[in-house]
Design a protein around this ligand. Sequence first.
Ligand SMILES: NC(=O)c1ccc[n+]([C@@H]2O[C@H](COP(=O)([O-])OP(=O)(O)OC[C@H]3O[C@@H](n4cnc5c(N)ncnc54)[C@H](O)[C@@H]3O)[C@@H](O)[C@H]2O)c1
Length: 346
Amino acid sequence: MGTTIRIGVIGCGFYAQNHLNAWRDLAPFGAALTAVCDVDPAKAKAAGETFGVPWYTDVKAMLATEKLDAVDIVTRQDTHRAIAETTIAHGVSTIVQKPFAPTWEDATAIVDAARKAGVWLAVHENFRFQAPLRAVRKVIDSGAIGEPSWARITFRTGFDVYKTQPYFLDEEKLVIADVGVHVLDVSRFLLGDVSRISCEIQRRNPRVKAEDDTATMLLRHESGAVSVVEATYEARRADDWFPETLLEIEGPRGSIIVTAGCKMKLTSDGKATTSDIGAPLLSWTSHPWHVSQEGAMGACRHFLDCLQRGVPAETRGEDNLKTYALVDAAYKAAAEHRAVAPVRWS
Ligand SMILES: NC(=O)c1ccc[n+]([C@@H]2O[C@H](COP(=O)([O-])OP(=O)(O)OC[C@H]3O[C@@H](n4cnc5c(N)ncnc54)[C@H](O)[C@@H]3O)[C@@H](O)[C@H]2O)c1
């Protein structure tokens, strides 16, 4: 077991339940879920009682009373900057759920504050920590297909996401900001940084306020690779594999194809092998959310390890700004009908 890391979870709503379960499961490895906080007393109390820790309705009160090494912010994006600036000012390592913040200005302000204060900061960007996507990265690293030169990465579902997240209906920006951000991050994770992106958006569901419930994006990566990245909440299919990301990647020596049910077909030098790359169910995960829940667990495991070793996370603030810039560039590309280079931040 590594050093003990005392963690406070801020926001005890829908998705936070996955973080709370993950931190509890990581207790044998040094995670100490120490307190929870939600402005809604009923949610704070319920989480406190379920996980056996003190509960608060005010972040500053929690920081003043509890000795925390890290906080995990699982509120919605409009609150991230104010909460993160408070926790960073207290010198507490800070994890922020995606989307990082509503605007580039807010996201960069959080990174800037952490940098100036010398505080460890990470974004809970969890798709890249899902077992199937880790397995794909491992195959790429093995050189079995050579350097990837082309990919299609897709998240297509008609699952009723509005049931658990009704606020989606009123968002100004929807599918790219909410799930496109994950799939774009996966494209960076597997193929490297991006030099330009073009994008077509569609609103296929009239109940949605945003112009995008569907996005089809075309990326040129700095390596020269090209990828097609798709995200939609409006795919009507009898077999809906929510929330799996499916993909095809080609290189000079072969290809990786991930199909529904976390099946991977690898072709290397003309020889094909098929394997199951899904992770087993955990005590608190269930279909259909399992793939996402297990990814949240993988992200928390990674953050714990980095905090214990005192090293930056893969999805540290600076890294996540590159994904954030890609989201902004996709919206700009859709509005201006042209390919756009993502903004760089240093
Ligand atoms: N990574 C994923 O796969 C994934 C999936 C779903 C949601 N999310 C993200 O998780 C975040 C939360 O989404 P959700 O659906 O759980 O929202 P939610 O509305 O269910 O929960 C948010 C909670 O934060 C609380 N809150 C608001 N302001 C607060 C403050 N100042 N201090 C303490 N608590 C406060 C609210 O009372 C609420 O209980 C969002 O950023 C969302 O994008 C990520």
